[in-house]
Design a binder for this molecule. Structure first.
Ligand SMILES: O=C(O)CCC(=O)C(=O)O
Ligand SMILES: [Fe+2]
Length: 208
């Protein structure tokens, strides 16, 4: 039985989803997919046990450090290329593997790799982007689990003046599906007043 995500007598399958009918995207949010005590414990373990790195990406031909730390993890074939860099996956940490299986099971979408991000405080962030790398295929489905301090998550349409935002609490699960990555960009903006850390896991699928 799962040590972290399923408590005796509770089943996170029963939890209510908030379904957003957003043009050109299919977005679902389970604000309390994990109970708070579990998500906080999980954050502590991942923060302390993983090999986090503040990697660099190429910008205008120069390497620039990303404003957060990350770990790329998954099946051995899951090479991941973005912003001019190629990342080979770290082998599964048992908790991350377990979460991947549970989230695949829960959502009905298969995931085999995970990008983990560690934001030490509200200064650390992620800029506008879409998770549309070629290896993710057409209309990739991305599941995003948030642990730790609540941070704002924003979406903006590429061609319309439409913007959406959610505050993602610890233990929330967000699913981006449909043509979301084709038509929308997303980001995690700076929130300077936040002093506590947050770990986020985005579950993805890369075909062998
Ligand atoms: O930290 C977040 O909530 C966003 C992460 C994200 O967009 C990504 O890993 O691609
Ligand atoms: Fe993303």
């Amino acid at each position: 039985m799962s040590i972290l995500t399923r408590q005796p007598g509770s089943d996170n399958r029963q939890k209510a989803a908030e379904h957003f009918s957003v043009p050109n995207a299919d977005i679902q949010l389970w604000p309390d997919w994990l109970p708070r005590s579990n998500s906080d414990a999980l954050q502590q373990q991942l923060e302390h046990q993983l090999r986090w790195a503040q990697d660099s990406i190429m910008m205008f031909g120069k390497p620039v450090k990303i404003p957060r730390q990350q770990v790329w993890m998954g099946e051995p074939h899951c090479q991941y290329r973005y912003s001019g860099m190629t990342f080979s996956p770290q082998p599964w940490h048992p908790l991350v593997k377990q979460l991947t299986e549970e989230i695949s099971d829960f959502t009905g979408y298969h995931f085999n790799c995970v990008l983990l991000n560690l934001y030490q405080n509200g200064q650390q962030h992620m800029g506008w982007h879409a998770d549309n790398e070629r290896e993710l295929g057409i209309d990739p489905v991305i599941a995003s689990l948030s642990l730790g301090s609540t941070r704002r998550f924003e979406l903006k349409h590429r061609h319309q003046p439409w913007q959406l935002a959610w505050d993602l609490p610890s233990g929330s699960l967000l699913l981006m599906a449909g043509a979301c990555q084709l038509h929308w960009l997303h980001r995690l903006p700076k929130q300077s007043r936040i002093t506590q850390s947050r770990v986020n896991l985005t579950f993805r699928y890369i075909a062998a």
